[in-house]
Design a protein around this ligand. Sequence first.
Ligand code: ARG
Length: 400
Amino acid sequence: MSRAKKVVLAYSGGVDTSVCIPYLKHEWGVEEVIALAADLGQGDELDPVREKALKSGASESLVADVKDTFVKDYAFPAIQANALYENRYPLATALARPLIAKVLVETAEIYGADAIAHGCTGKGNDQVRFDVSVAALNPNLKILAPAREWGMSREETIAYGEKFGIPAPVKKSSPYSIDRNLLGRSIEAGILEDPTVEPPEEIYLLTKAIADTPNEPEYIEIGFTRGIPTSLNGETKRPIELIEQLNQVAGNHGVGRIDMIENRLVGIKSREIYESPAMVILIQAHRDLESLTLTADVSHYKRGIEETYSQMIYNGLWYSPLKAALDAFIQKTQEQVSGTIRVKLFKGNATIVGRHSENSLYTPDLATYGADDKFDHKAAEGFIYVWGLPTRIWAKHRRG
Ligand code: ARG
């Protein structure tokens, strides 16, 4: 029984997604597989990836350069939301999935496909993100996930591929599972599965070891316009350029490494290492600019929204009505969030050392302890009388 006629497959060039092609055709009776690789700045040569899909039996092999959209429509809103899953992970991998799902759906619609497919296993978050995003964008499309069902070991997968001319990985493949894009790298498996073990230096690519970072601090200045980073050291930058340069500068100082045990949506605790220099700094700087430009109540209320928003990104709900409603809230809060933040980079730390905004709510003659203090100290007394009244009444009753 055929599961679908024409399928658009999320393709990475790796063994698993390559094996998906003959598997879909020969085991699941799919007539035509269109491979789609999304260029998210993972740094792979995408021409060989295109070739490989065709050699593996795809009828079409497409590469979609979505880097600009990725930064503008996915990373920037996440920065405006100060989105960190479990307070730490800047969501580089999680943010890419809804965008890949969007191009899969668009391609399926253009080519008249009746299904999309991906190579995720049944243990991770990514399958959830793909499936839910595709369902949100086009609920009529079927979703095929061969690796969730085929039950083949690594060796069996390679052997199956070889029958169809898919070469086994040439070099002894890395013991790690790595996902990479413009926003950072996620590294897991191998020795990292032991949470007591310090990550070996070899896993890092974007961030230097502290021992190798410069012995002098470096100061950078990041400019934001309505919550969106727009300049670096006084120069206006295009979105991709800004991320790339920040990754470079911050990574050089060893900034942006995260080693955490996280709670996956499917209930498993996993240990993941991230390096995400630009995102870590941008969220830190953005949050600081908000502390200067937002009123206390908006700022405090937004913290709760940010927590929910981060969980929604992690849990695959990018295209959901609640997420859209929270976006409207966040966009409204960003109207005044423009200005510049000065950051000192040194030995793995990014420290905010200065901030400036035309919309700053910081009022020197109210804040000062000096002679030009304009704050009405006497007014505090009446305020505290009313503010503390419930507590005073309660304390009196308690004492009888
Ligand atoms: N734990 C991260 C997430 O769920 C990254 C997942 C992919 N990690 C990997 N090493 N391939 O978003």
